[in-house]
Design a protein around this ligand. Structure first.
Ligand SMILES: NC(=O)c1ccc[n+]([C@@H]2O[C@H](COP(=O)([O-])OP(=O)(O)OC[C@H]3O[C@@H](n4cnc5c(N)ncnc54)[C@H](OP(=O)(O)O)[C@@H]3O)[C@@H](O)[C@H]2O)c1
Length: 339
């Protein structure tokens, strides 16, 4: 077995690489010259690195040399313009799939990391199922759905599409602001904090990707990946407080505040050429009643793979943030606030 991993410099991809290194699997990374090596450093002497992007067919073909399995995790989650999301997610996936199809020696399996956003918003009363007609409510979701179609309709080799729910864990920067606010004793909630979310701990996702890569039973399937049982955003904020050993006050804010922030980030993004995460599309995702995934197919095919209880995952995340200097250590938060 020899795995090509894309997106290894990112949050999820770096954990996938940890998983591959733990399994001692020969691995090639496709990295851009500008990609951060920060979380890859411990493994760089054990992997083959091919420099290039998903827009560079020659680099992709070089990266595929000697490869038997592919994990496609690279993807853009934000961009200054919608076309940037489609270029990275759809066109990038198309280029990879074409190169896989062209290979003389067959690739045994492609695991494509998609997103729950490629489906549709849903609540616990009627969680989203993999076979539901897709109805993404953001450009990001539409670009991930378009990428899925490139795999489903274009890939001539066995494939698996995984749709993770919101991913949290060490190295993640999306949930970090919430941890930072909670560590100060308050956090904003919108829409009364009632939005329902499925979540997945990043190490559980890495284990699931590995299982999907190595088990023939899931070839040709699309699977949601999430821990069982959704939480509301209010419950999540309180659970982050518990993980930090901190009582957190939820401050209900009107949507207008978030809309204003999205407009501000949009203007700043166009002026600086740097995308913020709070785009108009993201706003539609945040305002949806919920992103709850039915995970019965995942459990039927791969068993109880997402086992980490929310509290344990959040505590490990908080500890990592503190050790990395991204957050004040939980003990220190307590001492300062009880003085
Ligand atoms: N985080 C979540 O909650 C979540 C939930 C569901 C699905 N996902 C999916 O999981 C994947 C990884 O997400 P993440 O949260 O780890 O994001 P991330 O930290 O932003 O990492 C994205 C990775 O993709 C690479 N990439 C982006 N555009 C590229 C391009 N045009 N060519 C080559 N590489 C490119 C980035 O490389 P550089 O370092 O060079 O920028 C980076 O390695 C994505 O496909 C995302 O859609 C994430």
């Amino acid at each position: 077995m020899h795995v090509l991993l894309t997106g290894a410099s990112g949050f999820v991809g770096s954990h996938l690489l940890d998983q591959l290194m733990e399994q001692d699997v020969p691995t090639t990374l496709l990295l851009r010259a500008t990609s951060s090596r920060r979380f890859l450093q411990p493994h760089l002497d054990r992997v083959r690195v091919v420099e290039g992007s998903l827009a560079d067919g020659t680099a992709i073909r070089r990266a595929l040399e000697g490869v038997t399995h592919v994990i496609h995790c690279a993807g853009a989650t934000k961009a200054v313009r919608p076309s940037g999301l489609f270029a990275a997610n759809q066109q990038g996936t198309r280029n990879l799939v074409q190169a896989i199809n062209e290979r003389e020696k067959d690739v045994e399996c492609l695991v494509h990391v998609s997103s729950l956003a490629a489906g549709h918003p849903a609540t616990a009363e009627r969680p989203a199922r993999e076979d539901d007609p897709p109805a993404p409510c953001s450009v990001y979701g539409a670009s991930k759905l378009a990428a899925e179609r490139e795999v489903r309709e274009g890939c001539e080799r066995p494939w698996v599409i995984l749709r993770p729910a919101a991913v949290y864990g060490p190295r993640d920067r999306e949930f970090l602001p919430l941890f930072r606010l909670a560590s100060r004793g308050w956090a904003p909630v919108f829409g009364g904090g009632r939005q329902q979310l499925s979540l997945v701990y990043v190490k559980d996702l890495a284990q699931t990707v590995w299982n999907a890569l190595t088990q023939d039973a899931v070839r040709g399937e699309t699977l949601h990946v999430a821990a069982p049982g959704p939480v509301t955003t209010r419950e999540l904020v309180l659970a982050i407080g518990d993980a930090l050993g901190r009582r957190v006050r939820c401050v209900a804010l009107p949507w207008l505040v978030l809309r204003a922030a999205a407009v501000g980030q949009g203007i700043a993004g166009r002026l600086t050429g740097r995308a913020g995460i709070l785009t108009h599309g993201k706003l539609r995702e945040v305002q949806a009643p919920g992103w709850v995934a039915d995970t019965s197919r995942l459990q039927a095919r791969l068993g109880e793979v997402c086992r980490t209880p929310l509290g344990a995952g959040l505590r490990e995340t908080a500890r990592w943030y503190a050790a990395a200097g991204w957050l004040r250590p939980p003990g220190e938060v307590n001492r300062r606030t009880t003085r």
